[in-house]
Ligand binder design. Structure first.
Ligand code: DGJ
Length: 743
């Protein structure tokens, strides 16, 4: 470049013109899908991403490219099959396919496996036709001999470059067939040995723990066999190339499966060092009979690419969730500040007690009052009542109306806890319909938390659940439902249907769950819903499309929460991450922390209070009132802005810090935490990110005392390059500040 500049002024002009053209092209960037007849290749563009696939000389659909957006005129040669390596690795084994059927000579994870009634299990899919409609490409595949069709759907998001992939399998033969495995997609990355896989593991009270490991030959399986998403693995992955630990640099590919039932994502490196990531229905205990003319749709597997590290990948996915997945897309309303009664009263709810809490909550600026478990049936503890969704007369002699009216008079809206998919054996519903639960005839029914799982795949159960929820919301002024789900499946039988259809429960249960949520929302358009499953046991992009927020974890210890929230933010926007301030010492670890520390930990997400306000002193109310007012001034930035993970709390870090920047870069909110000072060391300097370098930003402390000596106003360049030295010392200390662009 320097040589070019020296050589001639024309060259300078040429470079400048190229630059301007590139800038113009950048501004013009939307989505496009093109098919090139000559090379038989498809090119899909969106955001800063290009994705290409083609039809090879064997008529198989083959992946070509997934990564940074290419020049507008760039094309690809027709893909060709990979030559055999040896007689053990024939060409059909080693040639990557977009959606491989299990057949011919194939050993890695197939996307589709079918057994036909004559015992044939060979499925070889080839290109049949395609259709382009705006941002959507559908490629039709067909078995080489039988009338089994697969429609692969690709939908590109113009803004983020996130590609949604799914498949529809159709039986056009004259006999039923059995689908034994059905993935939504296989993603392929170029061969290489410098990839790191990121994924999320956990358990109840300890969700969203980030794992990072080098991808080596073989397969890493992420899955749930539990009937729902699960706390143990979350259906998200990222692959970093040449991982250095730097958050905001390097190439990253990522994906998230939109499914709330049993699922599986397999990340494997094959013998040629090609990386394939296949995800969809969990094949464990799975089959799905398709009669002639029937179809099976897979969930959508979303995938994206970022050149800006894992931090950039999260920001792309989070923007996509806000603008394309959440029910209030493309611009969700800010989440209201919420109060929840669970940790204060547990099952001991009644009209007087809830009213007293509501009055105190309103006084500190709460906008939504949510009554949790305990208000219905014969519910005194977790032994009885689930399934009987009538208001408990002893606790609420006049129904819910007096409480709801009082909540409204206090200026808040009202939310209610439900657990629609469960039943206690000690309930009128179970006594009347013992056949409504998942079970195998004549076998034990294992209880968890004294409850059984209703089989939502049954049409009568589906109608019952929709019916009582619809009635509840119609008869009461309920703005919000906290939809809980407190155990996983056991004995997942469905005796009411033929034995060869029983395993369809894995698909039909979730389809009915989604159907109920969809119908409820369309009949009650203002209704908002939280997805909760004993904390973060059902967090995924499938249910996110039908709910407004997630209960992140039952673990409300503000220090543990830093790690849980950090992990959550890799895959999900803080705008849906509910975080409550509760009492100290916290029930989980008996850890004692200040009220301000607890507030600052929770203010990094969608904020709520779950403490027993009856035990608070005047000073606590004053702190809460002040910090809730501060939160309201930054909540759009926290909930809808871009998150930068400045210092990770993982791996026993003494420190952690996050920064959120509003989409227009006019505001930033910074939160910093210290676990325990050691050896007198100072807090590491924090360098801010994502600000407008030329703009001036004014500081305002959110935490009570300034925790650093800072200029009142400085440029974005200053905050990003000079940074901030916080004066935090001691145990469980925290500080927060905000920067506002000066006009
Ligand atoms: C589990 C939830 O995660 C809690 O917040 C609470 O709602 C309880 N269930 C109530 O049973």
């Amino acid at each position: 470049m320097h040589d070019l500049f020296r050589r001639s002024p024309h060259a300078v002009c040429f470079v400048a013109c190229l630059f301007l053209t590139a800038m113009f092209a950048q501004a013009q960037r939307g989505a496009s899908i093109r098919f090139d007849d000559a090379s038989r290749t498809f090119r899909i563009d969106g955001g800063d991403v290009s994705y290409a696939l083609g039809i090879n000389n064997r008529n198989e659909l083959q992946p070509i490219y997934w990564g940074a957006r290419l020049g507008a005129s760039d094309g690809f040669p027709q893909p060709h099959e990979v030559h055999e390596v040896a007689s053990f690795d024939l060409t059909t084994t080693v040639t990557p396919q977009e959606f491989p059927g299990w057949g011919s000579v194939f050993y890695v994870e197939p996307a589709l496996k079918i057994t036909f009634p004559d015992g044939n299990r060979d499925l070889v899919l080839q290109y049949a036709s395609h259709h382009i409609d705006g941002n959507t490409l559908t490629v039709r595949l067909k078995d080489i001999e039988r009338d089994v069709f697969v429609d692969l759907r690709y939908e590109m998001d113009a803004a983020t470059g996130v590609l949604g992939r799914s498949a529809t399998i159709e039986n056009q033969t004259k006999e039923p067939l059995v689908v034994e495995r059905a993935a939504a997609a296989t993603w392929t990355l170029p061969h290489g040995t410098d990839y790191t896989l990121d994924y999320l593991t956990g358990r109840w009270g300890g969700e969203f723990q980030l794992q990072q490991e080098k991808i080596v030959p073989g397969a890493r399986v992420l899955e749930s066999r539990r009937g729902s998403t699960g706390h143990q693995n979350n259906p998200w992955f990222a692959v970093e190339r040449a991982h250095t630990g730097e958050q905001d640099a390097g190439e990253v590919w990522f994906g998230a499966l939109a499914w709330s039932g049993s699922w599986r994502i397999t990340a494997e490196m094959d013998q040629r060092q090609t990386i394939r990531i296949t995800g969809g229905y969990n094949p464990f205990d799975f089959d799905y009979k398709l009669n002639p003319g029937e179809k099976l749709n897979t969930p959508v597997f979303y995938g994206g690419y970022s050149p800006d590290g894992i931090g950039g990948a999260s920001r792309i996915l989070e923007r996509f969730e806000l603008t394309r997945i959440l029910p209030q897309r493309p611009k969700p309303k800010p989440r209201p500040v919420l109060y929840n009664s669970w940790e204060a009263t547990e099952f001991r709810v009644d009209e007087a007690g809830q009213t007293a809490l509501a009055e105190k909550a309103a006084a500190i600026g709460v906008e939504r009052f949510v009554m949790d478990d305990g208000w219905f049936g014969q519910r005194k503890d977790d032994h009885a009542g689930l399934g009987d969704w009538y208001v408990n007369q002893q606790k609420f002699p006049h129904g819910l109306k007096p409480l709801i009216d009082r909540v409204h008079a206090l200026g808040m809206d009202f939310g209610l806890w439900v657990e629609p998919e469960m039943v206690n054996p000690d309930s009128d519903l179970y006594r009347k319909h013992p056949d409504w639960v998942l079970n195998f005839t004549g076998r034990p029914r294992t209880e968890g938390r004294n409850q059984l799982v209703l089989n939502l795949a049954r049409p009568d159960v589906r109608d019952y659940v929709f019916g009582f929820l619809d009635k509840l919301v119609t008869e009461n002024q309920i703005a919000f439902l906290k939809w809980d789900y407190n155990r996983n499946w056991s004995e997942p039988g469905w005796p009411a249907v033929a034995p060869d259809e029983q395993k369809q429960v894995y698909v039909k249960y979730i389809q009915n769950l989604y159907g109920i949520l969809r119908e409820l929302r369309s009949k009650h358009p203002g209704l908002e819903i939280e997805s909760c499953s004993g904390g973060g046991g059902r967090v995924d992009l499938g249910i996110m499309g039908l709910t407004d927020e997630f209960w992140t974890s039952d673990n409300t210890d503000p220090f543990d929460r830093l790690t849980i929230q950090d992990g959550f933010s890799y895959a999900y926007t803080p705008g849906v991450m509910m975080a409550w301030v509760t009492d100290s010492p916290n029930f989980m670890n008996r850890r004692v922390t200040s009220l301000e520390y607890r507030f600052l930990s929770s203010m990094q997400g969608s904020f709520g209070v779950g403490a027993n306000l009856n035990n608070w002193q005047d000073a606590d109310f004053a702190t809460a009132k002040r910090l809730i007012s501060e939160y309201k001034q930054i909540r759009e930035t926290v909930q809808h802005g871009s998150l930068y993970r400045l210092i990770s709390p993982r791996n026993g870090s003494e420190y952690s810090a996050t920064q959120s920047v509003s989409p227009d870069r006019s505001q930033a909110a910074v939160f910093a935490f210290l676990h325990s000072s050691q050896f007198g060391y100072d807090y590491p300097r924090i360098y801010l990110r994502g600000l407008d370098p030329k703009a001036q930003y004014k500081v305002r402390w959110i935490s009570e005392k300034p925790a650093a000596k800072l200029p009142e106003t400085a440029s974005g360049e200053y905050w990003m390059n000079v940074g901030i030295d916080l004066e935090l010392k001691g145990d469980f200390q925290a500080a927060a500040l905000r920067l506002d662009r000066v006009q």
